[in-house]
Design a binder for this molecule. Sequence first.
Ligand SMILES: O=C(O)CCC(=O)C(=O)O
Length: 310
Amino acid sequence: MNTKASQFDVSGCRSQGRPLSADLLAPLRESDFEAESDDLLRQRLHQDGYLLLRGVLDRDQVLAARMEVFERLAVVGEIAHPVSEARFTGASRRRETVDDLGRFWQSVSEGPALRMVSHGAKIQRVMDALCGEASQAHDYLFLRPGVPGQATDLHYDHPFFARGSESIYTAWTPLGDVPVVEGPLMVVEGSNHFNDLIGAARQVDYASNETPQVQLSTAPDELARQRGVHLLTTDFRAGDVIVFSMTLLHGSLDNHSSQGRTRLSCDVRWQPARDPVDPRYQGPTPSGTTGVGYAELNGAKPLTEPWHKR
Ligand SMILES: O=C(O)CCC(=O)C(=O)O
């Protein structure tokens, strides 16, 4: 069994404003899409609930997607020049200059360089292999520019995406290098076997007319201690993808970059092509989870405004 994992600087890991204790942290196990068999990768995905595929995407294409997004955010005064440094200006002219925040965010989320990475031939090949059959991506894309101070609380994805298929995966892609200080994805080791929490998540079908609690109220460090597991993360690099199941608890570390750097990532759901796709996430104007389209996403708000926590 592959046990390759890269160490990272644990002192850079924070959650809910506090440093995480080193004994609670461990690196994500790494997989190699080109070198390992599809069977083995599927087995590991099933067992661990996730697969971290290092360097599977073209780094230059990922960096082009990053530039495309940050150029748009520079125009609304949120990212400073040169945009390659991803520094948040601390200000925004988005509300003043953009007619419709949802339409603006959809246009950023549908940039050609971004879609080449998120929905292109390489990730299609990866997801076909992991699904073990022809797969299909949702059109709706979650693009997440997280400025210092932002983080995502722990949750399962099942309540949002389980309507169309029983075999859905999230592909989370760092758009650039995302070291631990910039608040990358964090997953809870073994949480794909926490049947009590998964059972509760399976009861929830998130829709527009209700706002059920889908985030865990327990802090990540407390939960890890209670369950005797680690919080898994890594210094992500442009070209990496982490694929995980609807029943893996995940969130993010805090971004506490001292240089004011914005962490950028996207996440997209993939499923067997023969299963019906939840229409909320498909088509030229997907309605999204709550019916208001791209306007419901954190990214649709000016970067000066706080995230809601998923
Ligand atoms: O990127 C994040 O902060 C959270 C990602 C997430 O919740 C997801 O990919 O489902």
